[in-house]
Ligand binder design. Structure first.
Ligand SMILES: *[C@@H]1O[C@H](CO)[C@@H](O)[C@H](O)[C@H]1NC(C)=O
Ligand SMILES: *[C@@H]1O[C@H](CO)[C@@H](O)[C@H](O)[C@H]1NC(C)=O
Ligand SMILES: *[C@@H]1O[C@H](CO)[C@@H](O)[C@H](O)[C@H]1NC(C)=O
Ligand SMILES: *[C@@H]1O[C@H](CO)[C@@H](O)[C@H](O)[C@H]1NC(C)=O
Length: 354
């Protein structure tokens, strides 16, 4: 290890990434812990994620004040979790805003409100998200529905619910009314979150893990990253203009018909990263903030190879190029998708029947 190794990695980033912060760094030492490289200078830390892919830099900065509470070797133990902690809670807030629920009950006699449970309900396909949360927090239980393909992460004891409320305070943007009630019940002062989701904020990956989609668009010949919500006073404030480097989402506000009939029609707001040039930066974002939905992460991980072969879409049918393109797209659509063959473009343009 030592300086040589350190500077070769350092240079790699300096040339490849041109991150302003990197140039200020007088590097004092490098800590090497498990899969992470931690760089430190007088006031800042940089965490590099794993040896596998040098482009996955996570640039997490924390102040020296907290570092001064820890001396010597214990510093490694104090600091690393703190960086990872912030990442976790931001991502977790996105999961809650997507599929979480603060279950507020009103006692029929006393009219007093209480928080019964904090829950997250997901399709069994994405149970990995729930086990990640449980393993990280060491609390809560996961229950699977006997008749439906869903599992629920549940926290119901008071002490743990208060712990979650305190850590999520200032990060919840969408489930605001019930979150506020829950804080009120336990005398926690509610803090409003910043709706301008900052560059590389893991909150966005939590939303994508739950409510988002990574889709292949045949006519546009691209992979898109989309989010859609009911339009309301909270969702309309979300601003992802700065979340993904060099990319801004296209916003669509439109009327939607409800299955329950006309009186239940609603307005939706969609945030779509759908420019061809956004693809590489979508990839970059999710390499820093990985998804825990296996299916979505699989799709994101394919973006780089898609960029290399997307030009073959217009090659003549039966050419090697067109087969490469078709095989790629079918693999992309098929992964963990039992209804893949129903996707219209598959049968019409892409499937080769041997
Ligand atoms: C990452 O950096 C290390 C050290 O500089 C180098 O040995 C390795 O080949 C790099 N890996 C990739 C995927 O670029
Ligand atoms: C796919 O791309 C086309 C062309 O850019 C666009 O008009 C269409 O809305 C997209 N389809 C979906 C489902 O977003
Ligand atoms: C986001 O960027 C678009 C396009 O530049 C701009 O029209 C819009 O006002 C921006 N949104 C916010 C909340 O700043
Ligand atoms: C609701 O949707 C239905 C079906 O699209 C439409 O016929 C009706 O006009 C809509 N009603 C309202 C209130 O928008």
């Amino acid at each position: 290890m030592g300086l040589n190794n350190l500077f070769s990695i350092y240079n790699y980033y300096a040339t490849d990434y041109m991150l302003g912060t990197i140039f200020h760094f007088g590097l004092y030492y490098l800590l090497f812990i498990n899969a992470f490289y931690l760089y430190k200078d007088g006031s800042k830390y940089i965490l590099l994620n794993s040896q596998k892919d040098n482009t996955t830099i996570s640039n997490s900065l924390i102040s020296i004040q907290s570092a001064e509470n820890c001396k010597g070797f214990s510093e490694t133990i104090c600091q690393l979790p703190e960086i990872e902690n912030n990442k976790f809670w931001n991502w977790f807030a996105g999961i809650i805003d997507g599929d979480g629920n603060f279950d507020i009950r009103i006692d029929p006699i006393s009219k007093k409100k209480s928080l019964k449970q904090i829950r997250i309900k997901l399709h069994n396909r994405d149970i990995r998200i729930l086990t990640r949360i449980q393993n990280y927090l060491h609390l809560g239980r996961i229950r699977s529905d006997k008749n439906k393909p869903y599992s629920i992460f549940i926290v119901s004891d008071k002490e743990n619910m208060i712990y979650l409320l305190n850590h999520l305070n200032g990060l919840i943007r969408l489930k605001v009314p019930n979150f506020k009630e829950a804080c009120h019940i336990y005398n926690i002062m509610y803090k409003e979150a910043n709706y301008n989701i900052e560059l590389y904020d893991p909150y966005y990956s939590g939303l994508i893990d739950t409510d988002g989609s990574i889709v292949y668009n045949y006519s546009g010949n691209r992979i898109e990253c989309n989010l859609e919500f009911k339009y309301n006073e909270y969702t309309s404030k979300l601003n992802f203009n700065n979340t993904i480097k060099n990319s801004k989402p296209f916003i669509i506000i439109r009327k939607k018909a409800s299955k329950k009939g006309g009186s239940q029609n609603f307005t939706s707001i969609a945030f779509k990263f759908q420019n061809v040039n956004d693809m590489l930066f979508i990839y970059d974002y999710f390499m820093k903030n990985r998804l825990y939905s296996d299916m979505k992460f699989y799709r994101v991980s394919k973006i780089k190879s898609f960029i290399e072969i997307r030009k073959y879409k217009t090659s003549t049918r039966n050419s090697l190029e067109h087969k490469i393109y078709s095989n790629f797209v079918i693999d992309f659509i098929k992964y963990e998708n039992p209804l893949w063959y129903k996707v219209p473009c598959v049968d019409k343009y892409l499937l080769y029947k041997e």
